[in-house]
Design a protein around this ligand. Structure first.
Ligand SMILES: [Mg+2]
Length: 403
């Protein structure tokens, strides 16, 4: 089997996720694998066609470690851990999908299955959560009411009702970001007492509504300086939240270590990091209680499993991130199934029920807060045939795609 073509597919700026890009790796035996990544799609598309395609075309797609290393070594010479590593991540996921299909096995079996089911929690974003062109918005603090399953609007305005609804569905946890809008409106340097109280009000209403029947996670999307982040974490102590994530940006391990030492609230670090090289100093400096990985940002399935092993070596559990694409979710689910130190696979019910079914043929279902371990070969889903029918959708091919 040889790689004959790399194809990128951007479904246009009009859809629910304009920052999402898909990549297909085609072969001379008629099989293909698919991956995706999220953020600056045109830059990722350029990286795939300018650099990755010439390296991969003609190669054996099953030599995943060899191909990964060849691409990574080129990027590491230029500090290239941005669009380049996301491009590599998407292609790596496609290669694992292809490997699984060629062997008739789900990807988690190739990694070594470790779980019989995969717990998930609901991240409370609505279907339009990532619909801003370019995907460059951090924090998503403004209301973007979508009509159905707008959990963002619900957690701000009726958090107790939302919590009761999620508990009735069997949800294990809910993640929300009730403090983001204050950083966006008033700046990151300090949080005013009234703003702190208003953010805490959301969490209190959830506990008042459902007690401890659901775990609560708080995201800060890297919007705060250290001092207000510490104030937020301390204000959350009485509510026994499962974790806070990205109250500060994750780029300075010593700052994370100070945040972690300053309150009793567990600190999760972070889907904003990529490759083992960025996670290791966080672990060495005891700056995290939990590790979060986005498989299509951090280096694909190949690198994510190594980050998970690294976390396990430090005694920490791993959660796989998803708000970022249907193949990212499937990559995370297969990784999760093969991760002994698994805590959660993240999911967004608005994406599972509204956004992803418009893109792919199979979307995993959540029952009682749990995904099943997949049984189909590869990742177990495909792009819909009509993905290119949308206005503004563009396919670009390097090499020779089978007709
Ligand atoms: Mg997050």
């Amino acid at each position: 089997m040889k790689i004959t073509a790399l194809e990128t597919i951007h479904s246009g700026a009009e859809g629910a996720m304009p920052a999402l890009v898909f990549v297909r790796v085609h072969t001379d035996v008629g099989l293909h694998g698919t991956g995706d990544t999220f953020y600056l799609p045109q830059t990722v598309i350029a990286a795939i066609h300018e650099h990755i395609a010439p390296v991969l075309i003609g190669q054996d797609p099953t030599a995943i470690e060899q191909l990964w290393r060849a691409l990574y070594n080129a990027y590491a010479r230029f500090g290239g851990l941005g669009a380049e590593i996301r491009a590599l991540s998407a292609v790596d996921v496609a290669l694992w999908d292809l490997l699984g299909k060629s062997l008739g096995a789900p990807v988690h079996q190739l990694l070594g299955t470790a779980q019989s089911e995969i717990p998930t929690y609901n991240t409370c974003g609505g279907p339009l959560y990532a619909s801003i062109a370019g995907g460059s918005q951090a924090g998503f603090g403004s209301s973007r009411k979508a009509g159905v399953l707008d959990d963002f609007d619900a957690f701000l305005h009726a958090p107790g009702d939302l919590a009761r609804e999620l508990v009735a569905e069997g949800a294990r946890g809910m993640k929300l970001w009730p403090f983001d809008r204050f950083a966006q409106e008033h700046g990151s340097r300090a949080i005013a007492p009234g703003d702190l109280a208003e953010g805490v009000r959301v969490v209190r209403e959830i506990r008042d509504a459902v007690g401890d029947a659901i775990e609560i996670m708080i995201d800060g999307h890297g919007l705060w300086d250290l001092t207000p982040a510490i104030r937020i974490a301390r204000a959350l102590e009485e509510f026994d939240v499962a974790w806070v994530e990205d109250l500060v940006l994750a780029d300075k391990p010593h700052v994370l270590a100070r945040l972690r030492a300053a309150s009793r609230v567990p600190v999760s670090v972070s889907e904003y990091l990529v490759t083992r090289g960025q996670y290791l100093p966080v672990l060495q400096q005891e700056a995290a209680d939990l590790v979060m990985i986005d498989p299509t940002w951090a280096g694909g399935i190949t690198e994510s499993r190594k980050i998970a092993v690294l976390a396990d070596t430090y005694g920490l559990p791993v959660t796989y991130h998803d708000c970022t694409g249907p193949f990212t979710l499937m990559a995370g689910i297969h990784l999760a199934a093969a991760t002994p130190n698994l805590r959660y696979q993240e999911s967004v019910r608005a994406y599972l029920r509204v956004v992803y079914p418009e893109m792919v043929t199979v979307v995993p279902e959540v029952h009682a807060g749990t995904f099943e371990v997949p049984r189909a070969p590869g990742l177990g889903t495909e792009l819909r045939d009509d993905i290119l029918d949308r206005p503004g959708a563009v396919s670009r091919v390097s090499g020779t795609r089978p007709q």
